[in-house]
Design a protein around this ligand. Sequence first.
Ligand SMILES: Nc1ncnc2c1ncn2[C@@H]1O[C@H](COP(=O)(O)OP(=O)(O)OP(=O)(O)O)[C@@H](O)[C@H]1O
Ligand SMILES: [Mg+2]
Length: 352
Amino acid sequence: MNRLTFLSQRLGDPRKYILSADDKPYLTEWALSTGFDAITVHAMSAVDLANLYHASANPESPANVDVQRVTAQAVMDTLAAMLKGDDTVRRVVREEIEALPPRQLIVTSSRGTTLIDGLIHYRTPLVIKYAAIGDDIMLVGPAGCGKTMIGEHTAQALQLPFYITSTINDTHELIGFVDGHGKYHDTPFRHAYKKGGVWIADEIDAWDANALLAANSALANGFCNFPDMSEPIRRHADFRMLATANTFGVGGDRLYVGRNELDAASLDRLSVIEVDYDLNIERMLAGGNDRWLEYVWKVRKIVNEKRIRHVVSTRAVTKGARALANGVDWDDVCEINLFKGMNSKDRDKIDD
Ligand SMILES: Nc1ncnc2c1ncn2[C@@H]1O[C@H](COP(=O)(O)OP(=O)(O)OP(=O)(O)O)[C@@H](O)[C@H]1O
Ligand SMILES: [Mg+2]
């Protein structure tokens, strides 16, 4: 008997499952072996895990729905049944659960139905819809707010391969080059453009201007020249560009200095979707450490209000909570995961 079969037998029918005191290790092991991401699983309480197990009873259900959050609804139904008759508790539970980010998303497209597992950013359903229409998209938001993750989930939703290109300093990083031995070195863009896929063009507002123009012309014209081919390659019907930027493409601000203005033609072609930190995801990633979560949020608020040049991203929540859970001192975690070398003048503004 393999371990997953053993765990399923030990826990029993997910529809009827009731959490008992010593089940957490089994639920954790079950969640990990069914592919849920380890950071998320270890951050979950026994009740969260039990709810996840309940939801597993019905992964394929609602058909013909574009993009639908399922886990929160399953959790709500289960708890509502358990709390039958107690309206106050039920209302509170309902409010709490509605604030949770969905942990599964069902997407039905012309390719069929896909189930995406993981915490789903509040912007992901909208991005999936635009990508499904065929638009090239620019996600604009602060560092570490989940843009890359949204791109990964979009690729999963459309059942396409996922490619990523980080900042480009020269056009050959986009279209590849032929070396001195006549060998062509290809690029993620070339793969996606030729065979289809979701291509993340990361930090596009920090790209070399010529590379950006080359990308824009390839996207607008529907074909692109590569150095190893005498004929241009046609854009694959399933090629999607998902650019990310830390500004609105109209030049750097005080935080993201050195960012370029995107030329009007590039900007005009893209559907621009603003993305911010997903506070519900951050609450989940904090693993129940409300003191840390609220401190990070407080520091972020002050940093924004006082226009301090510092990034307080979702990574500060995740990494700090994990360090604290592993016994690192509060002050050390603040220095290492939150303030990260902030000068004393700015520190004073925060402590004021
Ligand atoms: N949906 C999610 N599920 C779990 N963790 C997430 C999710 N979204 C973001 N995170 C956490 O936040 C971090 C930043 O996410 P991500 O790398 O997607 O952001 P980004 O906006 O692309 O960042 P950058 O601007 O640095 O490229 C991740 O390393 C992860 O820890
Ligand atoms: Mg990123």
